[in-house]
Design a protein around this ligand. Structure first.
Ligand code: HEM
Length: 358
């Protein structure tokens, strides 16, 4: 019922903003400027852009329609660097009918997974991979086994990219992950986010095998996450995202959700890890765990490693007992994840968005 109330509030928010959204999108269409003083207007736009000019020139792929000086100013203010507007469009997507019609009623979990897989390829030794690049747009990276199913999220976000061609895919995907975490936690998790990622071409695709293999345990988890620069506490924290979403037999081969509320981010993942009795699922699929109680939940071998390993377990206990702390710490670590491998411009500053559906 809580979820229904949340959805209907979200829907009315989407309806409330749809008229304004439609006019903004129309404004952003690609058309050559008509008037003879176009050059002057573009000049004004560049001047107004000021510090934001970095994005204006390096990331804009199409010229906006600039017919008056007012248009030019508005283009800069509302279209070139208005991340709040993009955040809102993503939140509207999450509350849209298409999202509600998707499994469990939300694109949120698969969008979180897209943002994490785009970032979690980072290797701190070589400085390669990470969220800067959005190379999962290209094969071979899009075809890596770990990325199966993420086309759903990339496609869902594409209209927002088309409406805001100035934003890089790398910024869009990480902003979308950030938005999904904030919205699905009903505003409980704050994720400061910085713009400035640049898309790279196919040559920057990362090799297969950089993301974790769910069939393995603590040694593998440490190998993968230490390579990104994370510690034990952060491995446990990040795994808490499995409160969201589910596994699919046609993507990873695993099956089922981790929690009873896969579209709301809470600390339920840690509580269930501890409170349920987990046994190997008897089925014709990869080795995974099933809860003895409801027989509807699952855990991966990597999830169970968090209560098998003493160091990890310490943090599971802390986050199971203290949801407020989980919310606070998770927001920080998710920001770090979204920033892996990004050489931010000096002028970039974190932006904290207000959740729209809180
Ligand atoms: C600790 C190592 C991790 C392993 C081995 C792992 C593995 C998996 C697997 C096998 C799936 C199911 C994919 C499918 O069949 O659709 C999945 C889904 C998911 N993962 Fe992870 N994951 C890990 C860490 C993370 C992290 C760090 C995050 C985010 C911070 C995350 C967020 C998600 C989400 C939200 C889903 C649900 C996607 C959906 O519902 O479509 N995972 N993960």
């Amino acid at each position: 019922m809580f979820r229904t109330a949340f959805r209907s509030a979200a829907r009315s928010a989407a309806i409330r903003t749809s008229a304004a959204g439609a006019s903004r999108r129309a404004y952003a269409t690609t058309q050559p400027p008509k008037s003879s003083n176009t050059g002057a207007l573009v000049g004004i736009a560049a001047l107004v852009a000021g510090g934001a000019g970095y994005y204006f020139y390096s990331q804009n792929e199409v010229a906006p329609k600039l017919q008056t000086a007012e248009d030019a100013t508005r283009a800069v203010k509302e279209h070139k660097v208005d991340y709040q507007k993009v955040y809102k469009e993503i939140a509207e997507l999450l509350a849209s009918e298409a999202s509600e019609a998707y499994e469990d009623g939300s694109y949120g979990p698969v969008i979180v997974r897209l943002a994490w897989h785009a970032s979690g390829t980072y290797d701190k030794e070589t400085g390669t991979g990470g969220s800067n690049g959005a190379t999962m747009r290209f094969a071979p990276e899009s075809d890596h086994g770990a990325n199966a199913g993420l086309k759903v999220a990339r496609d869902a976000l594409e209209p927002i990219k088309q409406a805001n061609p100035w934003i890089s895919y790398s910024d869009l995907w990480t902003l979308a992950g950030t938005c999904a975490i904030q919205e699905l936690s009903l505003g409980n998790v704050k994720v400061p986010w910085r713009p400035g990622r640049q898309d790279k071409d196919v040559a920057a695709c990362t090799p297969d095998g950089r993301l974790p293999d769910a069939s393995k345990e603590q040694k593998h988890l440490r190998g993968i996450f230490y390579r990104m620069g994370f510690n034990d506490q952060e491995i446990v924290l990040l795994s808490g995202a499995h409160a969201l979403g589910r596994c699919h037999t046609d993507r990873s081969g695993f099956d089922g959700p981790w929690t009873f509320s896969p579209t709301v981010l809470t600390n339920a993942y840690y509580q269930l890890l501890k409170s349920e009795k987990w046994s190997w699922k008897k089925w014709d699929g990869p080795k995974q765990f099933i809860d003895d109680g409801s027989r509807s939940l699952m855990m991966l071998p990597t999830d169970m490693a968090l209560i098998k390993d003493k160091e990890f377990k310490k943090w599971v206990d802390i986050y199971a007992a203290d949801e407020k702390r989980f919310f606070e710490d998770f927001g920080k670590v998710f920001t770090t994840l979204m920033e892996l491998g990004v050489p931010f411009p000096v002028e970039s500053k974190p932006i904290t968005f207000d959740a729209i559906n809180a």
